[in-house]
Design a protein around this ligand. Structure first.
Ligand SMILES: [Zn+2]
Length: 440
């Protein structure tokens, strides 16, 4: 596993290298495009070099532009340094910048549009409203001024006309999470346009969502850590990382939990990047109480309600993978009769209205089951259940692949589903297929 990002103790050059490796591996930049920087407490700016392979970047390649005007490093700094500097001057609260040309955000940039972040509540609270900077020559002071002007107005993410995107954060983890979330949500909007018409939440709905975040679990006294509980922590970390690597989960959103005893479970925490979780970050929930000093993800109440109702469900993944999210934002029908595997594993993917995921609403615990393990919540997420974590993860992959095929097929013609008769035949062989051993 790659090393974890720590924005408090890691040297800026190590942070930049690690995040650039992540961006390149997630295919969010080309070898030559994109640059990252961090401003440290001395006011020195650490930035990626120009003309160095982004896929093979090393900490020693990072250039330091000192506040006194001197430059340290083996290479020339990124030619886009002027706009990094302009942003830091305009906004002292911004300590790290990510700039790249990822395909979906560039698609918006070349038709001169900005993604509407009201598409997902998590995206809106992470990125706010996205700004738009008019075109100017790369590396020019004019481009720096066009971008800085947007940041001065309070935005932290900007679409650069006919160029790409630039995002500022309180640290590089925050900037990266915004960058990744914007690109993946932009993809969902593009795919949604192929399936139907994306719907956007009103500010009133977003406020309702925000007021839901206050569900609190009482804090338990002393916590014990039985072996099966520790085992689940490591299993969850493996699946979270795999989901991030595969583009099925974002650093900023998404929750994974696993039952370890009766109705007790381990769940990912609130406010940590999924890319950088450690075993000690996960939260134990026991007898309805949370582990001392920790906050579970906001959807923990939903996980609890599902475990209480379904003794055969032992793992839950809640996420925003881009193709399934395109169904969530358009409300387009997710027809599972694409290929035998999809029908056998998913049976029936139900969609519920935004708001039915709120605490105290019984809709999702009532319709999710081991037979129908996938539920889509409009403008919010997909929820996948399994008897084991690996099974839930596989169901998520099957659902995302199927969603992708459905989206892509719209450019070819009308989908012809498997017939009733073929489905009836599949029913006879289903148990053989479902006998897969879900061992990690
Ligand atoms: Zn650029």
């Amino acid at each position: 596993m790659d090393s974890l990002l720590n924005t408090t103790y890691m040297h800026p050059r190590d942070q930049i290298t690690l995040v650039m490796q992540r961006i390149y591996k997630r295919v969010l930049t080309t070898t030559s495009g994109g640059n990252l920087s961090i401003i440290d407490d001395n006011g020195d700016i650490w930035i990626t070099p120009t003309g160095v392979d982004k896929g093979l970047l090393k900490p020693s390649d990072i250039v330091c532009m000192r506040a006194d005007g001197t430059v340290t490093g083996d290479h020339k700094p990124s030619s886009e340094f002027p706009f990094h500097l302009a942003i830091y001057k305009a906004r002292p609260d911004i300590k790290a910048i990510v700039h790249a040309h990822p395909p979906a955000l560039v698609a918006f940039s070349i038709v001169r549009k900005v993604p509407n972040t009201n598409v997902l509540p998590q995206l809106k609270s992470l990125c706010g409203t996205i700004g738009y900077a008019p075109y100017a020559i790369p590396g020019s002071d004019e481009l720096g001024e066009n971008i800085a002007e947007q940041f001065r107005q309070g935005v932290s993410a900007v679409i650069m006309e006919n160029h790409g995107t630039v995002i500022g954060g309180k640290n590089i983890s925050h900037a990266y999470q915004q960058f990744e979330s914007m690109e993946m949500s932009a993809r969902s909007i593009l795919y949604g346009n192929m399936m139907g018409k994306p719907a956007y939440l009103t500010n009133k709905k977003l406020d309702e969502y925000a007021s839901q975040s206050a569900v609190v679990f009482p804090e338990m006294g002393d916590t014990t850590y039985p072996s099966e509980e520790r085992e689940k922590r490591h299993d969850i970390l493996k699946i979270v990382r795999r989901a991030c690597d595969q583009g099925l989960m974002l650093g900023a959103f998404g929750t994974i939990s696993a039952r370890w005893n009766e109705d007790d479970f381990i769940i990912t925490p609130d406010g940590c990047s999924n890319w950088d979780l450690r075993p000690e970050d996960l939260v134990q929930i026991k007898n309805g109480e949370r582990e001392k000093g920790k906050q579970p993800c906001r959807s923990a109440y939903l996980h609890q309600a599902i475990y209480e109702k379904h003794p055969d469900i032992n793992a839950i993944i809640l996420t925003q993978s881009p193709y399934l999210t395109s169904f969530a934002i358009t409300g387009a029908e997710f027809n599972v009769r694409t290929i035998p595997e999809t029908w056998i594993y998913l049976q029936d993917v139900q969609m519920v209205e935004f708001g039915e995921q709120f605490a105290g609403v019984d809709t999702i615990p009532s319709i999710i089951s081991s037979e129908t393990p996938v539920v889509i919540v409009k403008n919010e997420c997909v929820i996948v259940a399994g008897s084991k974590l690996l099974q839930a993860f596989d169901y998520l992959e099957v659902a995302e692949f199927s969603a992708k095929s459905l989206v892509l097929s719209t450019t070819l013609g009308k989908m012809i589903p498997i017939s009733d008769e073929q489905v009836e035949d599949l029913g006879k062989v289903m148990s053989k297929w479902k006998n897969y051993e879900w061992r990690m």
